[in-house]
Ligand binder design. Structure first.
Ligand code: HEC
Length: 237
């Protein structure tokens, strides 16, 4: 029995020292016992494929195909008034007014048409909830849950002697707080310097929702005293 236990202990230690712990960060090529579908037989964009005469994996669209929308919202994109809603309310899509300046606040009209007319746009609890969900998926990894620039990317990039990605911006600075809403919308759509754009991943509605949620995060870290609840106000000296 003792010998068996000793053998088991040696086997466990040997296995762990050979394979490492699950989730450990390492630059070495992993030893795969179970590859957890890390590598799969599949065709990739820009890949080579002998099956097709042109040798390409990615198939070109059928001749005469016209791109419409970003493919995330097929129902809306294929609705009869899709383009019409955008042309009636271009600010909602561009984040800019008719003169090309960034909208200071939120658009006043939405892309929803009733009897052919855009409906008013209002930031409500549903918009904030949508913004929170999208922010947490698309922004928090870099900018952090509190938008202070301390997301997991900064922590991870500093591991194992690498240089932390210091360029990840804190969105809690006076400069970014003073941005017009349209400018934040524009950064989300088109990116800025080393940040890539998310226009192909977030619909205009989702981008405005992220702007609204980011404003809530900024308020949460920099709340003017007059907006604080009475119980908190009483404690402010
Ligand atoms: C992969 C990391 C990454 C993700 C994800 C990311 N950002 Fe950024 N973001 C950056 C970096 C890096 C900068 C600084 C860019 C620069 O100026 O070099 C930046 C800058 C910004 C700025 C300031 C731009 C300026 O004018 O200075 C805003 C606003 C911003 N991000 C918002 C967002 C929002 C909203 C999301 C989610 C939709 C998001 N970011 C997702 C990396 C990221």
């Amino acid at each position: 029995m003792t010998r068996y236990l000793a053998f088991l202990a040696v086997a466990v230690v040997a296995t762990i020292s050979f394979l490492g712990f699950q989730g450990k960060v390492s630059k070495d090529t992993p030893v795969y016992v179970f590859d957890d579908m890390d590598t799969q037989a599949k065709y990739k964009a820009q890949g080579e494929n002998q099956f097709f005469a042109d040798g390409r994996d990615a198939r070109p669209p059928v001749a005469g195909t016209v791109a419409r929308g970003n493919g995330l919202e097929p129902l809306k994109v294929f609705s009869a008034d899709y383009r019409r809603a955008e042309s009636l309310n271009p600010s909602f899509v561009s984040g800019k007014d008719a003169k090309g300046s960034f909208l200071a606040g939120f658009p006043t009209q939405s892309l929803k048409l009733t009897k052919g007319q855009p409906q008013p746009y209002a930031v409500d609890a549903a918009v904030l909830a949508l913004g929170q969900a999208k922010y947490q998926v698309y922004c928090a990894v870099c900018h952090g849950d509190a938008a202070d620039g301390n997301g997991i990317m900064k922590v991870r990039s500093a591991l194992e002697g690498d240089v932390a990605i210091v360029t990840i911006a804190s969105l809690q600075t006076p400069v970014i707080r003073a941005y017009p809403n349209g400018q934040i919308y524009d950064v989300i759509t088109n990116g800025k310097n080393t940040m890539m754009g998310y226009g192909d991943k977030l619909s205009p509605e989702e981008r405005w929702a992220v702007v609204a949620y980011l404003r809530a995060l900024q308020l949460s870290q920099n709340c003017p005293p007059e907006l604080a609840p009475a119980a908190v106000k009483a404690q402010i000296k």
